[in-house]
Design a protein around this ligand. Structure first.
Ligand code: FAD
Ligand code: DLZ
Ligand code: SF4
Length: 506
């Protein structure tokens, strides 16, 4: 009997559990570019092009490796993954599908209810299984990443010396907060000239997704495992050594600094998280990268990446609709490229539009911070992040947005809200020098909106945050302020929010 082996767009890994369970002599691999997946949010055109090109190349590789592959191209008009499976089952006389569990509740449900029998196997490309995370989480009052991360270090043996962490410390984060450097001596991610497959997909995406936010020009992503590995080696050699130091920095004229730009490749399956960490560990062992860079990077992968996935799956399908702070404002037009006087927002959105990429601090402390301070409906913020970044899939995006960035899950992920006045952005970047606002001004003409909205946010959520051990003390500063000054801040903050509501630039 023929089985169908489903491979989704973010499952492009040779060691996928569904492929391991299949028989390449008798089973048929099904891959499909479908309207539902391409439109559940208005994905950035570069994200669609990246995935379609990588899917086509992966299918060709499987074929060359002896698999029979039934591949539906977007032009064939298949609507859903389930529809593609039913059509393929009919074509090949199959009545059973072996799949690897998708990274999104929506698609897990769709496969569960598909009229053909679909066996969903665990996605074991992750270090922690659902069971591992559940047993770690069980009975804990607070699910803090740091403790989970230590278990992952022990489990993988990465940067361990026996039972102890290499260098005697688990975490070197205090060394990883240097402000923006004057010059960056790394040329950024490896860029790949589109080959025929990529070019064909670019033409398709340009025609069919013309209305989606995002530029398609200058497409340079790796689209197969070989290219992704070349990029990894390039970054480990040239970017990793200073990754740690400048991890939180932002520069007006440098979009990538020393960042890995590997998230999109790992999440789609082109790189394996352990192989990436092992490459980093080896560079540190060889004395080519300092401990703060290697540990900092490995923590992001086996700590944060695994931890947010665990949270997504233990919290369940309603996680994306949480709204702990009851925020209801519509996402301001600036997020879609509308005019703004805030230079940091302008540049972060501009680079998102052009590259389908922004690094962590731009996502957290510029666009995320502004949405939280302005009280934007977290579901709309979530949709934006899921659409605009090439590395965005719900299992990883939602905990970062709903939990870490918007504090909408009531503090499961973040022990305090990630909000700041303009001062943080000023310290970590060179944006403020080119801004129409003055970061040093707290009120009055030209005062930085982050300064005003920071106190506006803290004041309107006082009941929730006053007792918070990590941020509650800030109210003493607020209370010490002159009453007139406080009233001015609130009134000017109200003006900014009213401008946003009226669709006027801020
Ligand atoms: P680097 O800075 O080089 O970091 C290395 C790797 O560590 C990343 O590639 C990623 O695999 C992992 N990593 C780092 N931080 C996190 C994190 N918080 N959660 C999960 N993995 C992490 N990451 C995504 O992969 N997809 C998303 O949709 C996504 N949305 C985010 C939304 C917000 C609001 C925030 C604050 C963060 C989000 N992140 C997301 C995490 C992080 O910003 C990106 O992983 C990172 O910017 C990707 O770029 P990079 O590969 O250059 O990463
Ligand atoms: C993101 C995406 C897009 C844009 N298109 C497809 C597609 O046409 N076919 C497919 O199999 N997968 C696609 N994906 C990835 C899926 O949306 C992803 O597998 C789920 O969101 C689960 O993570
Ligand atoms: Fe951003 Fe304020 Fe600095 Fe302007 S002054 S770049 S709005 S932080």
């Amino acid at each position: 009997m023929v089985n169908l082996i489903l491979v989704l767009g973010d499952q492009l890994s040779d060691n996928l559990s569904a492929l391991r369970a299949g028989d390449r002599d008798s089973d048929v691999v099904v891959m499909a570019e479908v309207a539902d997946e391409a439109s559940y949010v208005k994905h950035h055109p570069k994200k669609i092009a990246f995935l379609f090109a990588a899917m086509r190349k992966f299918a060709e590789r499987l074929s060359n490796d002896g698999w029979t592959v039934d591949y539906a191209r977007f032009e064939e008009g298949e609507t859903s993954i389930c529809g593609a499976l039913l059509a393929a089952a009919e074509r090949h006389g199959a009545d059973r599908v072996i799949a690897t569990e998708p990274g999104e509740w929506r698609l897990i449900e769709a496969l569960t209810h598909c009229p053909v029998q679909v066996e969903q196997r665990p996605d074991d490309r992750f270090i922690a299984s659902h069971k591992d995370f559940e047993s770690w989480a069980k009975g804990r009052k607070a699910l803090r990443m740091e403790y989970f991360y230590r278990d992952m270090r022990r489990k993988t043996g990465l940067m361990m010396e026996g039972e102890d962490p290499a260098g005697g410390q688990w975490n070197y984060d205090h060394d990883n907060r240097k402000p923006a450097p004057g010059t960056v001596d790394y040329s950024g991610p490896m860029r790949f000239t589109p080959d025929d497959t990529v070019q064909e997909v670019l033409d398709l995406v340009r025609e069919r997704f013309a209305d989606n936010f995002g530029d398609l020009d200058d497409f340079w992503f790796a689209t197969d495992r070989g290219q992704a590995r070349q990029h990894l080696a390039h970054w480990v050699k040239n970017g990793l050594p200073q990754f740690g130091d400048y991890q939180d920095a932002m520069l007006d004229d440098n979009r990538f600094l020393y960042h890995g730009i590997v998230g999109l490749y790992i999440n789609a399956g082109l790189l394996d998280p352990m192989e990436v960490c092992q490459a980093v560990e080896a560079a540190w062992q060889a004395g080519d990268a300092p401990i703060n860079a290697a540990e900092g990077f490995i923590r992001q992968i086996i700590g944060w990446r695994e931890y947010v996935r665990g949270i997504y799956f233990v919290e369940g399908p309603d996680y994306t609709s949480r709204n702990g702070l009851k925020h209801t404002r519509d996402l301001p037009a600036v997020y879609w490229g509308g005019p703004t006087f805030m230079h940091c927002m302008k540049r972060s959105v501009e680079q998102t539009r052009e590259e389908a990429y922004a690094h962590h601090i731009q996502r957290l402390m510029v666009t995320g911070n502004f949405a939280l301070l302005a009280g934007v409906d977290p579901a709309q913020v979530h949709e934006w992040y899921l659409a605009v970044y090439a590395d965005a899939y719900e299992w990883v995006e939602a905990p970062n947005v709903i939990g870490m960035s918007q504090f909408a899950d009531g503090g499961i992920i973040a022990s305090k809200p990630y909000v700041s006045s303009g001062n943080y952005i000023h310290k970590m970047s060179d944006y403020c020098g080119a801004c129409s606002y003055s970061v040093g001004k707290k009120t009055g003409e030209g005062a930085c909106p982050f300064n005003l909205l920071y106190w506006h946010f803290m004041d309107r959520h006082r009941k929730i945050f006053e007792g918070n051990p990590r941020i509650g003390r800030i109210y003493a500063n607020w209370d010490r302020m002159d009453a007139d000054k406080r009233a001015t801040i609130i009134a000017e903050g109200d003006d900014i929010l009213a401008r946003l509501d009226a669709g006027k630039p801020v």
